[in-house]
Design a protein around this ligand. Structure first.
Ligand SMILES: *Cc1c(COP(=O)(O)O)cnc(C)c1O
Length: 461
């Protein structure tokens, strides 16, 4: 049964026009884009669900912050506003702004990872994996088994498999493991949350073997909301209290502020207490990002980020945000469309393999569904499956992902209930003609992060 849409805890003060093409025009546009949705012009998209990253709508307060931003090269007021707010929220001594999440990875990871080392995560996000590999190390995923089964409902499908984690450490030897990364929420597993209990266990193992623990914190506020909903111990705790506790178990974090901090650009590195590590981070930041008190951002961006960090923790806002996705999921339940269930924080991950059982992993069912959604309703989404995973860096063979998802990532505070109804209608229509949908082959690809740039063509059988 369709559940009620949670009403917006805001009203609209400014609007942005969007364009609607005809179906024929969309068929032509996606062909011109070589069947890669990243190649489409944004103005040719009606509902843009490619990512929830940097696509957020800022508030009147944040826009006011844009005007108040201090553009001093060194020691600007906006820098101190951001650092003080972040120290308060996370309880960490050192906060370094950078221009986005991958910049945080680029600055931090080479300090912990070198040739021959491995890093273990509940699941690496694609840029995080790339920065592990650029540092010369290898990335090992270690998510709980239920994450790979979209129809199994479990409260914390983003968790680390702690038994396997310890096994991997012992297999490689603890001195070879440079880093453990907890991704919260677990983006690649469908925005699935991680429990405090799991973080405690992982932290205990990290301490036992003397391995640093880093949180990949892009969606830490959504994760805290899920903890409050689903973990008995925390039902009466505030979002802020939950966040303090979660971060107390780690040594450092990297964050893409383009997600839960509700800005369009920005990132953070947090170091709990190591002055020595912070010193090295400052040196790398100056080389890669700019002086430490702006870290690749303008003063106005630092200011709106300082405000967005707080707005992203508002419980009414988080209830509305997760509620939007639960609303869409309930319509899909009525029509037997499978997705990573229960829903994750930042989007709906449709089980494209269930929709297209006839398309094998190496013909990219998740990408095929993304293309169909564009043709059907001008919706832009993306593959989170074998197409995104890419090739084995050693053998160059196509890797087989544990799942084939098409991700509908939901920008924060941007789309309304009617847009969600269009998403549901499009999926229902595609399901009706699923048997006639074809797979794709890659005709060109770059060596890393290929899904952003590759060219594809349909396989006509
Ligand atoms: C988005 C994201 C990143 C990378 O951040 P960017 O700001 O896009 O560079 C890293 N990890 C996770 C989990 C993410 O969602």
């Amino acid at each position: 049964m369709t559940i009620k849409y949670v009403p917006e805890p805001f009203r609209i003060k400014m609007v942005e026009r969007i364009k609607m093409l005809t179906r024929e025009e969309r068929i032509e546009k996606i062909k011109e884009a070589k069947y890669n949705l990243f190649n489409l012009k944004a103005e040719d998209v009606y509902i843009d669900l490619l990512t929830d990253s940097g696509t957020n709508a800022m508030s009147d307060y944040q826009w006011a912050g844009i005007m108040r931003g201090d553009e001093a090269y060194a020691g600007g007021r906006s820098y101190f506003n951001l650092v003080e707010n972040a120290q308060e929220i996370f309880g960490y001594k050192y906060i370094q702004p950078v221009h986005q999440g991958r910049a945080a990875e680029k600055v931090l990871f080479p300090l912990m990872l070198t040739e021959g080392k491995i890093a273990i995560s509940n699941m690496f996000f694609d840029t995080t994996r790339a920065h592990v590999e650029l540092a010369g190390a290898r990335a090992v995923d270690c998510v709980v088994k239920e994450a790979g089964n979209p129809s199994v409902r479990a409260p914390f499908k983003g968790n680390m498999d702690v038994e396997r984690l310890e096994k991997i450490i012992n297999e490689h030897g603890k001195e070879k493991v440079g880093l453990i990364v907890m991704t919260i929420t677990n983006n690649s597993a469908g925005g699935q949350p991680v429990s405090v209990k799991n973080i405690r266990e992982v932290s205990a193992i990290a301490k036992k073997y003397g391995i640093p623990l880093c949180i990949d914190a892009a969606r830490y506020a959504e994760n805290a909301y899920f903890i409050k909903q689903r973990e008995e111990e925390f039902k009466n705790k505030s979002i802020k209290e939950i966040i303090k506790e979660v971060f107390s178990y780690a040594d450092a974090f990297t964050m893409s502020a383009k997600k839960d901090a509700i800005v369009n650009m920005g990132g953070l590195i947090g170091i709990k207490e190591s002055a020595e590590l912070y010193q090295k981070i400052k040196a790398n930041t100056i080389c890669f990002e700019g002086f430490t008190t702006y870290g690749g951002l303008s003063g106005r961006e630092l200011e709106s980020l300082a405000i967005g960090l707080t707005e992203g923790l508002d419980e009414n806002y988080l209830r509305y945000r997760i509620g939007q996705i639960e609303y869409l999921a309930s319509i899909l339940d009525d029509h037997g469309i499978a997705y990573q269930a229960p829903v994750g924080g930042h989007g709906l991950f449709i089980d494209a393999q269930a929709m297209f059982p006839h398309i094998p992993y190496n013909e990219f069912p998740g990408q095929a569904l993304a293309i169909e959604l564009y043709i059907e309703a001008g919706i832009r989404s993306c593959d989170i499956g074998s197409y995104m995973l890419g090739n084995d860096p050693d053998t160059k063979e196509q890797l087989k992902s544990e799942f084939e998802f098409t991700r509908l990532a939901i920008p924060r505070r941007v789309y309304t209930q009617a847009h969600f109804d269009i998403m549901a209608d499009a999926l229902i229509e595609i399901k009706k003609r699923a048997a006639s949908v074809n797979g794709y082959r890659i005709t060109w690809e770059p060596p890393v992060l290929r899904h952003f740039q590759a060219s594809l063509e349909p396989i006509n059988k």
